[in-house]
Design a protein around this ligand. Structure first.
Ligand code: KG4
Ligand code: ZN
Length: 337
């Protein structure tokens, strides 16, 4: 079995996964959403303190399995430095004290492997990753070869949902709040710009749309003057513009990429309105759409464990005295993830 730890942002999570059949034996996650909600985003210092309390509490529950561990895995990039260090400290101690190998897992690769929890992996695969920190289309050929085909120039999808909710005076995370409001809204009421609509660039950008949302809120007299229906209509109009942007750019990638299997992963892949649009797009291009179960879309240690199984089989071990974090490394189109 492999014990995996995730602490890259505001979720403390530990999982135990069986190497033999990819089955998840134990999984627990403690989210800090409530504690960060009043700030409209994650406060790193607070997040790190909460990990220092929650991770040892979860570890206590894994005691029955600790005798059977073959390796320990931990997210070491990308993420918040102070929170990544909490998970790494724990993983190092387990690896050294039990004398078992340590695996360092790239969080985004973990999101991709959320698709394969309890299953065999499907490769090659084309992936749209939409999370709180990233918007990317990635060609996954193997564990070692994942190439970024399109990436975000500014705000990510999840971030744009969070900021839209914050501007309207709503809580955090904004994604589920905006999606729920949008269900009762008129998506054609506000004519928001679809980003990079007339550009040939295969890239994502959402800061212009965020600005248009801000101006719309101002034109309504500010967040406090907005009615419930205004919030619903603005949420729906915003979500529609995001969807059209994602679909337009994905289409351009689909024209060149013949890989049959396509997946959406990451926190924002829980959005059913976006999923539906991709179902249609995949039908049009003859691709098969894959998504992870809802509970594994947002950050969790189960996906880190599933990736770790493949890394373990390839013996991609790291010296516990040399493991380090990699924070916010900018990644460009055409480079390896
Ligand atoms: O993958 P994730 O848990 O964390 C990162 O790795 O960043 O993604 C969190 C992001 C948040 O920005 C959240 O607002 C967004 O995913 N999110 C959604 C939905 N559920 C979560 N965005 C849009 N629609 C949703 N239903
Ligand atoms: Zn994530």
């Amino acid at each position: 079995m492999i014990l995996s730890i995730e602490s890259s942002c505001d979720d403390s999570s530990i999982a135990i996964t069986k190497i033999e059949d990819n089955q998840l034996i134990f999984h627990k996650k403690i989210s800090q959403e409530k504690q960060h909600s009043s700030y409209g985003g994650v406060v790193p210092e607070l997040a790190s303190r909460l990990h220092a309390i929650d991770l040892p509490n979860i570890l206590e529950e894994t005691k029955p399995y600790l005798g059977n561990l073959k390796a320990v895995a931990v997210t070491n990039q990308p993420g918040l430095g102070v929170t990544l260090l909490e998970g790494i400290a724990m993983a190092k101690i387990i690896a050294v004290s039990k004398n078992i190998p340590l695996l360092a897992v790239h969080h985004l690769k973990g999101h991709i492997y959320s698709l394969f929890i309890g299953k065999e992996q499907i490769l090659p695969l084309l992936v749209l990753l939409i999370s709180g920190g990233h918007t990317q289309i990635i060609r996954v050929e193997s564990l070692e070869k994942m190439t970024i085909l399109a990436t975000s120039m500014d705000d990510s999808v999840g971030e744009s949902f969070d900021k839209t909710a914050k501007m309207m005076g709503l809580g955090y995370p904004g994604g589920p709040i905006i999606e729920a409001l949008a269900k009762k809204g008129n998506e054609n009421r506000f004519n928001l710009p679809v980003p990079l609509r007339n550009s040939k660039l295969i890239a994502f950008s959402l800061s212009g749309l965020k600005n248009a949302v801000r101006l719309t809120i101002e034109s309504l007299g500010g967040a406090k003057k907005m009615t419930e229906q205004d919030r619903r209509d603005l949420s729906a109009s915003f979500q529609k513009a995001v969807k059209l942007h994602l679909i337009q750019k994905s289409k351009k990638v689909f024209v060149d990429e013949k890989i049959k299997d396509f997946a959406i992963v990451g926190g924002a892949s829980a959005n059913f309105y976006i999923r539906e649009a991709y179902e249609k797009l995949c039908e049009e291009f003859g691709k098969t759409l894959h998504t992870a179960p809802l509970e594994f879309c947002s950050d969790n240690a189960a996906m880190i464990g599933r990736y770790a199984i493949e890394a373990y089989k390839k013996e991609l071990f790291i010296n516990p005295y040399e493991i380090d974090i990699v924070v916010n490394r900018k990644r460009q189109q055409g480079v390896e993830l």
